[in-house]
Write a protein that binds this ligand. Structure first.
Ligand code: G1P
Length: 346
């Protein structure tokens, strides 16, 4: 993203990261979803870097289970940021998560969902100086909140409707100037136990704000990279490696097919790595052909052809080497990877 000067130093960012990450099990049995990596760092790192680039000084993370992993990560990688934590012990919905941050917010609030990596022109988004909600046209908006637009402003928001009136999905980024009004709306909904799909929704609170006369415009976001399930985590990894890759040292006996990100502390022996592979610190890969995959810190993979795979922190996956005594004109095709110029085709 180009350097830009938007003064958002009086804005507080609220980043809800307490969700269970159910669709990313088994990884999320032992780790908060936002610590899964894409390209060169965990999802949370991408989110925080975006907030940092905006010049927002104060960040509130609404944390859930296994939050000590988050504390350790921030302590190690983002010590210099002004980050405060608010625990969400019961998962009652996104609206509830945001409400818990109320005592830490003064003035405008920027809400960015913790699993939402964006590539957007923030300068344009903030240029009107008004409140806005990020949206994107999608084919099937039923698993998202959706908005309707009238006279250039959002006229209605609905959370995951069965029959969506438009295809404009809420992507998970919101700039709300009047945070007091937001917290009042959320409080009313919590007191009245107003839920949609069983949860206190941020969407519902924004809808009541609009009914009371607040104005939000819809900012169209092209670059919206979801990390909610294995396929989308891998496609986001693929996209981000186009930007955040590195050129690892030539490792003897191995071929690197870019783009890849390989931690300088990973050990690669006699392997073909890439394209679209992200490898975390201290991972060890030996006799492996791997493409389109994410290998987390400390994992050990050997004797294997792998594609579109996620290997968790410290997981060990050891394949086998075959031995065969094959007669003339025999043909055996084990499922493998198509090649192009010596590199796997993705
Ligand atoms: C939340 C919001 C929804 C939005 C979505 C974007 O839903 O409630 O309006 O469209 O994030 O990812 P969730 O995915 O947490 O169910």
């Amino acid at each position: 993203m180009a350097k830009q000067k938007i003064d958002l130093s009086n804005v507080t960012a609220v980043v809800p990261i307490a969700g269970m990450g159910t669709r990313l099990k088994p990884h999320t049995h032992t780790l908060p979803k936002v610590l899964l990596r894409v390209a060169d760092k965990p999802i949370l790192g991408h989110v925080l870097d975006n907030i940092k680039k905006l010049g927002i000084k104060k960040i509130v993370l609404v944390v859930g289970q296994m939050r000590e992993h988050i504390y350790n990560y921030i302590e190690k990688e983002y010590k210099t940021l002004d980050i405060e934590y608010v625990p969400q012990n019961e998962l009652k919905g996104l609206g509830h998560a945001v409400y818990l941050a109320r005592n830490k917010v003064k003035g405008p609030v920027f809400i960015l969902l913790g699993d939402t990596i964006l590539d957007i022109n923030f300068k344009k988004a903030f240029s009107r100086g008004e409140s806005w909600i990020g949206v994107k046209e999608v084919k099937d908006p039923r698993r998202f909140g959706v908005v309707e637009i009238k006279n250039g402003y959002i006229s209605h928001l609905l959370e995951k409707p069965e029959n969506p009136p438009t295809n404009l999905a809420i992507v998970g980024v919101y700039y709300i100037k009047n945070s007091e009004s937001l917290f009042r709306s959320l409080e009313t909904n919590i007191k009245n136990n107003k839920t949609t799909k069983g949860e206190i929704q941020l969407t519902d609170a924004l809808e009541s704000m609009i009914r009371k006369g607040e104005k939000f415009y819809a900012e169209e976001i092209d670059g919206w990279y979801d990390c909610g399930k294995p396929e989308t985590l891998l496609s986001t990894n693929k996209f981000l490696l186009g930007k955040y890759h590195n050129k690892p040292k030539v490792i003897s006996g191995s071929t690197i097919c870019p783009p890849v990100y390989i931690s300088p502390t990973a050990l690669i022996i006699n392997s073909v790595i890439g394209p679209y592979v992200s490898i975390g610190d201290e991972a060890k890969l030996e006799n492996v052909i791997i493409q389109n995959s994410i290998i987390h810190k400390g994992a050990k993979v050997s004797n294997m052809v792998l594609s579109s795979s996620l290997i968790g922190y410290r997981a060990v996956f050891n394949g086998w080497k075959n031995q065969i005594n094959l007669g003339d004109s025999s043909e055996i095709n084990l499922r493998g990877v198509d090649e192009e110029n010596g590199c796997p085709k993705v």
